[in-house]
Every structure is written in C-alpha cells, then in structure tokens.
Design a protein around this ligand. Structure first.
Ligand SMILES: [Zn+2]
Length: 630
C-alpha cells in the first residue's frame, strides 16, 4: 500500500494557538484526509516546540518552571485540533522522552559526520525569533525582518554545523527537482539566498538553560531551531530505527507558513545529507493572512475569533472558507463580509439548495429512489463531468492547489443545478420514468460531490450522505469511478437544510479591542454591581506620540488629577497626536496594566467603534481631571 506522510511545523508554545496555526493545520488535514480517501496509508503529524530562551522567559514571567508552563500550553493546541476536527495521527512534544532519544541519536551521527566544529559565534540575534540574522538579512534598517525590532549583538563559543559545505548540493537539489519547494515564488527567494552564499550555522547555546544537551558536550544545549526540525523523524521512532520510520520516511510534504521556509529548505536538508538520510519530497510554504488589510495581531486587537465564527456558521463552513477563499500559497486578506458572502453563495445557495430541491422533488413524486430507466444524451454529459472532476481534483490536490480544487468541485455543483433547470424536471409529472431518471442522476451527483468534499468538510459530507440514505463507509474516491453507486429503492429522506442563510449584518463587527457594536438585548443584561466594578474616570490627554512602526497606536500620557498614566491606544488611524492633546476623555482606571509593543499601558480609553470609524468618549463640559464617571 502506498504511504503518505505529512507534517505541520511543531508550533512554538510561547503563546496560545491562533488563526495562523489553524490555517496551516487545516490545510495539512485536508491533504491527509484526501490521501486516506484514496486508500493510502497516511501518517499525519503535528505537535509543539517547547524549548529555548523564549519559553524560559515566559515561564519565568509567570513564576513557574518551564516544564509546567509547557504542560499548560500544549493542551490548548490539542483542544483546538479536536475542535477543528483535525485528524492528526500523532502529536509530538519536544519535551518528550521519545524526542530526546531521537535527538541524542541524530546529533551523535551529525557529530560523527565530521561537519560539526567548535568556534566563536558573533552575530545579530533577534530574541523573539530565537535566531541569528546576517547583516544582509537585516537590511538597511538593521532590524529583524519579521519583528522589525532591533537585534542584539551576541558573542559566544559554541558548536557549528558546516552548512556551507552543502551549498552546491542544495542548489542542485532545487534545480533538478523544482517541486522540492512550492510555490514557485518561495523557490526563487531560496535560490537567491543560496546563490548569494551561505554561512555555517551555530547549533548550540552555552547561555540557554531550557533545552536538550548536546550528546557530545552536555555543557551546551542544542539550539532550539536545529533541535525542532528533527521532530519529523524523532516522532517516527527514529531512535530505534522503528517500523514507522522505515515505512514513512521520507515525508511527502512538510506544510508550513512562509516565514520558516529557509530552515526547512536549507538547514534541514543539509543536516539530513550530513547524516546520510533521505530528504523530504516537498516543502510547501503558504502565505500569510491579513484581516481587513492589516497584519493580524493581539496587540492590534484584530484577531479572527475562531470560536465566534464556528459558533455562528459551523465548523465545516469555517474550514471551507479558509481553504476556498485564498489562493493557497499566496497571502490572503480576510474580511467578515467575504466570509458571509462565500457562505451564502457557495454553501447555502449552490450546494444546500441543490440537495433540498432534489429531495423535495423526490419526496413529492416518488415513494422510494427510482432507478434510472430512461436515459438521455444530457445525462452522459453529467456522468462524464463527474469523472473529469475526479481527475482534475486529483491533479490539483497533488499540486496543493486547494482553493482551485474546491472551485473545480463547485463547477460540478453548479452544473447539476443547471441540469435541473435545463431538464425542467419539476414539470415532468406526466413522464415519471424520465423524471425519476433525472432525479436519480442528481442524487448520484450529490453522492459524488459528498465524496469530493470529505477532506474539506468531513461532517457536511457525512450529513449529505445520511440525507441520501447511505452510510459514509465505503464512500471513497474509488467509488466515484463508477456511476450508479446509489441503489434504486432507497428510502427518501426529508431534506434538512445544511446551511441556513445568514444576514450579512448579523455578525458583530469587531475591529479593535475597544469595539462592540452589537445591540443590547435581554440576553446580555448585567447587574448594577457589574457596572460598579468598572472604575471610569475623566482623564486629560497631556501628551501623545506615535508608537514607532505602528500605524494604529498612540502612546499617551493622561492626567487623572492626582496621578498621570501612560496609555497605549489604538486610535492613530483616526487621531493624529496633536488632535488629542488637551482632550478630556473617559478612561477605565482599574484595568490591569498590559504591555503593548513592549510599552506598558495603564488603563484604557473608551471609544465608539464601528468598522474603521472611531470616536473617543469625551465629556460634555470641562470637569476636574480624575472625576469619577458613574
Ligand atoms: Zn524577530
């Protein structure tokens, strides 16, 4: 049986999972499920990366040991994967004994390869990235290309891997096997890095305590990035050369977001070459999501609320949207409006209505599913298109063109809607055998569609199958090669709408942390005590300046009469610094201080927010600073 091994990156546990993690993991899940549907033996691995100075730092801030911190965060990932119906077969933690055993073996082999040497490292280190940058990578600004933060100059004695030795082999690899790195835009970036010259990389740290010691020098811990990459084999029982390792390595696809491409296309293959292991077949690095044109970040308060979307629309429409809307591989911009539009047009109209309509016509005119006893030329076209769609889908899935794959399925969905229109099946009451044949074909087409959709929307596919009167078992890609998988005589189910239509304006328009434009309803009434918990005071803005590298944030000093507070407010899109100086505004004075872009914010200004419009809550008449608002 052919095998398919797909991985996501192991996600760093310095924070809880967000939409970016979900996007990568859903894509990997879709591919894993597709290959299972083809009858292949699939291994789908995800997990978490738990070592390094950043984890140590976050744990220190919380006053707990790093292991305890990791034990708290790791389940937030597994819980999210359950919620998103991710079908991973395994979940690797880098603090596990399994991983440590594999690491000991791998780095021993690497040492024996002769490609490790001791040297003095001098470099530009970005703390949040936990990696060194060359001067060239920092560019003119001299800051980290990801965080735009200034980097630290670090000198230490540690171990190096002779990466430069593999430069030509890596160039050959990518030139002779273009699909090794996809999409093509990433390939060009990597080629320019390779041809402009590599440097050896340091693989250990003498100054970081939270990590795995080098097997040949336990005084140093392995640099977290080089350690993390090896998870793709440690999870397969590499330490004992286990059955899984022999069966599934090399991986078919390492799926990831583009910021970590270089590690996977340069460092990881070079390390594998050094120890003489086969290379993964493909690195697929997709693009980034933005929201309403902005980078998504907690500090900007514009995160995509996954719980809210799933609650309102259902899990599978959530999965569908993210796989369908953006050209997979490129960057994509999320807006709530596009979500609702996509839901209503593709799911509610095209697919949901088709199923309902066909079931309605059947139950009105037949006792059981009729046999297709009176075929016509147009039916052949439908059957042919089903086969062609299966073929195209397979090509597109192999190219990881997930959005185009869905579009191809939808061409078939829309063709069946047109088939209903063209044949005017509803008007054929006097010709029951022809009417029955058309409705049979429509039902069979829906079965085929449900199979195509299984990787993307597994629950919806099962619901369609249940309304067709069949079990999900056996509904695989082989079953669509032959028209007629549905048996005549099946009982006709009552259609239950799968995708109730949504009002475009129903969802709350959350734009910033300050915002809530939902109407007050009886469901969200609060008591006077809850109101009194809030300490609202009048404060006068006495100074204001833009936070560097931010388009939204102003750093304000607010006078409260007997004290001054520093506040970071996301209002710079509406207010220039000089516009707000002197204003008296309303402030939540008993809010726990928070760090925004590394700047402490000691309170929150109230503002009315609607989409991108924003208006500060001020007082009607001058009143002493610090006055309570009640
Ligand atoms: Zn950085």
């Amino acid at each position: 049986m052919s095998t398919f091994y797909i991985t996501t990156p192991i996600y760093y546990v310095n924070a809880e999972p967000h939409i970016g993690h979900a996007y990568t993991t859903i894509a990997a899940d879709v591919l894993a499920r597709y290959h299972r549907l083809k009858g292949e033996s699939v291994l789908f691995l995800t997990g978490v990366d738990e070592h390094g100075a950043n984890i140590q730092k976050v744990a220190d801030e919380k006053g707990i040991p790093p292991q305890e911190y990791c034990d708290q965060i790791a389940p937030t990932f597994t819980k999210l994967w359950q919620k998103l119906n991710i079908s991973n077969d395994d979940f690797i933690r880098t603090t596990s004994d399994l991983h440590k055993a594999g690491i000991a073996k791998f780095f021993t082999k690497l040492y024996e390869s002769g490609d490790i040497y001791r040297g003095k490292y001098e470099g530009h280190y970005c703390q949040p990235c936990e990696r060194f940058y060359t001067e060239k990578e920092l560019g003119e600004s001299g800051t980290c290309p990801i965080h735009k933060l200034s980097v630290e100059k670090v000198v230490e004695e540690n171990y190096f891997f002779a990466l430069t030795k593999y430069q030509d082999q890596l160039i050959d690899l990518i030139q002779s096997n273009p699909s090794f790195i996809e999409p093509a835009s990433r390939r060009n970036e990597i080629m320019s890095v390779l041809t402009s010259g590599l440097q050896d990389i340091s693989i250990s740290r003498s100054s970081v305590d939270w990590g795995i010691p080098l097997p040949f020098d336990p005084d140093q811990n392995i640099y977290v990035w080089t350690e993390a990459l090896v998870n793709y084999i440690t999870a397969l029982d590499y330490h004992v050369d286990g059955e899984k390792f022999r069966r599934f390595w090399p991986a078919n696809v390492h799926m990831m977001a583009k910021e970590i491409t270089r590690f996977h296309v340069i460092i990881w293959p070079a390390m594998l070459m050094a120890v003489g292991l086969p290379l993964p077949q493909q690195i697929f690095a997709h693009g980034w999501l933005t929201k309403d044109g902005d980078k998504i970040s907690k500090t900007l308060g514009n995160v995509i609320d996954m719980d809210e979307l799933i609650e309102e629309f259902g899990l599978d429409p959530f999965r569908y949207f993210f796989m369908r809307e953006f050209s997979f591989g490129n960057d994509g911009n999320y807006t709530q409006q596009r979500f609702v539009t996509r839901y209503n047009s593709d799911l509610a109209n095209d697919l949901g209505n088709l199923l309902n309509r066909v079931l309605g016509l059947l139950s009105k005119n037949f006792e059981v599913l009729p046999d297709p006893i009176q075929p016509d030329a147009i039916d052949e076209e439908i059957k042919q298109m089903a086969l062609e769609t299966a073929e195209k889908l397979d090509q597109l899935m192999n190219q990881t063109a997930l959005d185009v794959a869905l579009e191809t399925v939808w061409e078939f969905v829309r063709r069946i809607n047109r088939y209903i229109q063209q044949t005017k099946v509803w008007s054929l009451k006097d010709d029951p055998s022809r009417m029955g044949t058309i409705l049979y074909n429509a039902m069979e087409a829906l079965r085929v569609i449900s199979v195509f959709l299984t990787p993307f929307m597994p629950q919806v596919a099962a619901k369609i199958q249940s309304q067709l009167g069949i079990e999900a078992k056996g509904q695989d890609l082989d079953s669509v090669q032959e028209w007629g998988g549905l048996a005549g005589g099946l009982p006709i189910a009552k259609g239950i709408p799968l995708f109730p239509k949504k009002d475009q304006n129903r969802m709350p328009q959350k734009e910033t942390g300050l915002d809530s434009s939902t109407d007050a309803t009886v469901d969200n009434l609060i008591t006077i005590d809850q109101v009194q918990d809030l300490e609202l005071r009048v404060g006068q803005i006495v100074s204001a300046e833009l936070v560097p590298d931010s388009e939204r944030l102003l750093k304000l000093i607010v006078d409260l009469g007997n004290e001054q507070r520093q506040i970071v407010a996301g209002i710079a899109r509406t207010y220039a610094p000089q516009d707000v100086i002197g204003k008296q505004a309303v402030l939540v004075a008993n809010l726990q201080p928070a760090k925004i872009r590394g700047i402490e914010s000691q309170g929150m200004l109230l503002a009315a927010v609607r989409k991108k419009q924003l208006s500060l809550v001020t007082v009607d008449q001058a009143i002493p600073n610090g006055t309570l608002v009640s």
